[in-house]
Design a protein around this ligand. Structure first.
Ligand code: FAD
Ligand code: DLZ
Ligand code: SF4
Length: 507
């Protein structure tokens, strides 16, 4: 008899562990444990989503004939981490091996590889996680062929491999990427659709009560809790997105509107990341919508690119460069994370709005993460590891393998440009163009140096000046530095930015 440990982000019947083991002989272990819930202070909704999805999944496995040992969370239990639970089970059942599918996060995978074999005195069989389109070894081979690892080239290879939106070896529509058409501002039409509301069964209710009681000190509201916690409901969420939002996903991918927390985004990342949905079935559904004439090419290509391209690419880089990657700080930023990242209490309307929907739903869409809260952390020089911890804590979809590259690489440029050719820095002008946030703000987006000027404006130019040595000769930054050279009141702008940085917590 072998043990098969299934983690909270491996909740799929197609998991390699389940294909490897035999329900007639082997025993599945699952455990809700303190260590996994507190290595960062996860948003209460993330904990509730994982616990409830784990409990539902364990029931599904039992119904399919598997024998399960399941540990429910108790704060004062002597079982504090996954290894404790396996050791406890070893006293009850004589297992000949432990089988796992490779973990998403380096932290746990490293611990398993270096310590568990000895601690358990058992062989540990670690299987490749084949839920991804691109295996880790395949990515490493791809990376060897290039000096710079650009997502676009990786994505084209993945398109060829999977044949998504391809015809006779060429991309449908004659282009690989329709990103340039995907930057429209949204002015009320087409109307937005609300996310599906799911009925809550006893498992959900028990878990929500448990999380209310045990994790009230973590930042974020437990309700309204809108996440699906079963595969069946996650599939309904996928169908809802494909029918109502995918047609407009491309056009308004970068748009932001006060009070509209989801726009036309899919809200599928928590399900993809915990296993309730598989990337292939999500991309298949989007492609079918295109062939059936239900969604245009720019939307479907844009959506598939996020999953087949970005999601696989960040995972590949993560495993290629960890653990060194997480400690990088190429811009030598040291500012502490302002308090309003945890309280939401700021006069900047764009930031307050992103904090509100983050705390309320454990969700913010990509452009809010990248161009509002991320952009501000970049411009103010927040220490990369502090902002990384924040993003890992506050979102229902947050796992280090996907969060770290997006934050440290894409947002903070802390890897010195390994992932992004230039920093995604922007002034208030960009936010004004892509959103209606500035209409709700006490700051003035049109000015730079007045007492009520939009902080993003002077901070943007100060960032460019501070990092001139590194960025001026980057060909993609040449326009920015030409404009900087022509700025009339440069000294005043820099002085204003410096004064803002001194009172960062008051903005
Ligand atoms: P949609 O906009 O509907 O996109 C469809 C799917 O594409 C997503 O579900 C997701 O699986 C994938 N995707 C989109 N963009 C990316 C990307 N840049 N990298 C990887 N996958 C992507 N995503 C996470 O899943 N977990 C994280 O911890 C995470 N942290 C992030 C931190 C920062 C600072 C930034 C800028 C982005 C982060 N992202 C993360 C990427 C992206 O913002 C989310 O995947 C997306 O907002 C999830 O919402 P959605 O499902 O509605 O996505
Ligand atoms: C995110 C999470 C949480 C909150 N809780 C658990 C848990 O109690 N038990 C478990 O097996 N997994 C949990 N997870 C998911 C793990 O953190 C995830 O499997 C690792 O980070 C490896 O990717
Ligand atoms: Fe944000 Fe500046 Fe616009 Fe206010 S004025 S919402 S701070 S961009």
């Amino acid at each position: 008899m072998r043990f098969g440990l299934i983690l909270g982000d491996q909740l799929n019947q197609q998991l390699a562990t389940l294909k490897y083991l035999n329900p007639a002989e082997d025993l599945i272990l699952m455990a809700e444990v303190l260590e996994e819930t507190t290595y960062v202070a996860h948003h209460p909704q993330k904990i509730a989503l994982i616990f409830s999805a784990m409990r539902h999944f364990a029931k599904e496995l039992q119904a399919a004939g598997w024998k399960i040992r399941y540990h429910t969370f108790k704060r004062d239990s002597e079982i504090k981490k996954l290894l404790d639970f396996i050791q406890h089970q070893q006293q009850l059942f004589p297992a000949s091996a432990l089988v796992i599918t490779q973990c998403g996060e380096y932290r746990l995978q490293h611990e398993i590889e270096t310590a568990w074999g000895n601690a358990l005195q058992l062989p540990v069989v670690c299987l490749e996680d084949d839920r991804f389109f691109c295996g880790i070894e395949q990515f490493n081979q791809w990376a060897k062929k290039y000096k710079t690892l650009r997502m676009e080239y990786f994505y084209r290879e993945m398109r060829k491999q999977t044949q998504y939106l391809m015809h006779e070896q060429q991309p449908i529509g004659g282009q690989w990427n329709f990103d340039k058409t995907n930057r429209k501002a949204w002015s009320g039409n087409p109307p937005l659709t609300s996310p599906l509301v799911f009925e809550r069964d006893q498992i959900d209710q028990d878990v929500i009560e448990l999380v209310k009681k045990e994790f009230s000190q973590h930042i974020g509201n437990i309700e309204p809790f809108l996440w699906a916690t079963t595969r069946q409901n996650a599939l309904l969420a996928l169908h809802h997105f494909i029918t109502h939002c995918l047609p407009y996903f491309g056009d308004y991918q970068d748009a932001m509107i006060h009070g509209s927390d989801f726009m036309f985004h899919s809200l599928l990342s928590p399900y993809l990341n915990c296993g309730l949905l598989l990337p292939k079935e999500v991309c298949d559904a989007a492609q079918t919508a295109y062939y059936n004439g239900q969604a245009p090419l720019n939307a479907v290509e844009g959506f598939i690119r996020q999953i087949l391209g970005w999601r696989e690419y960040v995972r590949g880089i993560y495993w290629l460069y960890m653990p060194e990657y997480r400690d990088q700080n190429a811009l030598q930023h040291t500012t502490p994370l302002p308090q309003y990242y945890w309280t939401g209490d700021t006069k900047m309307a764009c930031m307050a709005e992103c904090f509100r929907n983050t705390f309320q739903h454990a969700y913010a869409h990509h452009i809010q993460r990248l161009m509002i809260t991320g952009n501000f952390a970049l411009l103010t020089g927040v220490h990369p590891q502090e902002i990384c911890e924040w993003y890992l804590a506050v979102y229902a979809d947050a796992y280090e393998w996907v969060e770290l590259l997006n934050t440290l690489g894409m947002v903070m440029h802390a890897d010195g440009g390994l992932m992004a050719t230039k920093p995604y820095a922007a002034s208030g002008n960009y936010i004004h163009k892509m959103s209606d946030y500035c209409q709700h703000c006490t700051y003035n987006v049109k000015t730079k140096t007045e007492a009520d000027s939009c902080p993003f404006n002077s901070l943007y130019w100060y960032f460019m000046l501070r990092h001139e040595a590194l960025l001026r000769h980057n060909p993609r930054m040449s326009m920015v530095y030409k404009t900087l050279d022509r700025l009339q009141d440069k000294a005043k702008i820099m002085a204003h930015a410096q004064s803002l940085l001194k009172q960062l917590d008051q903005l």
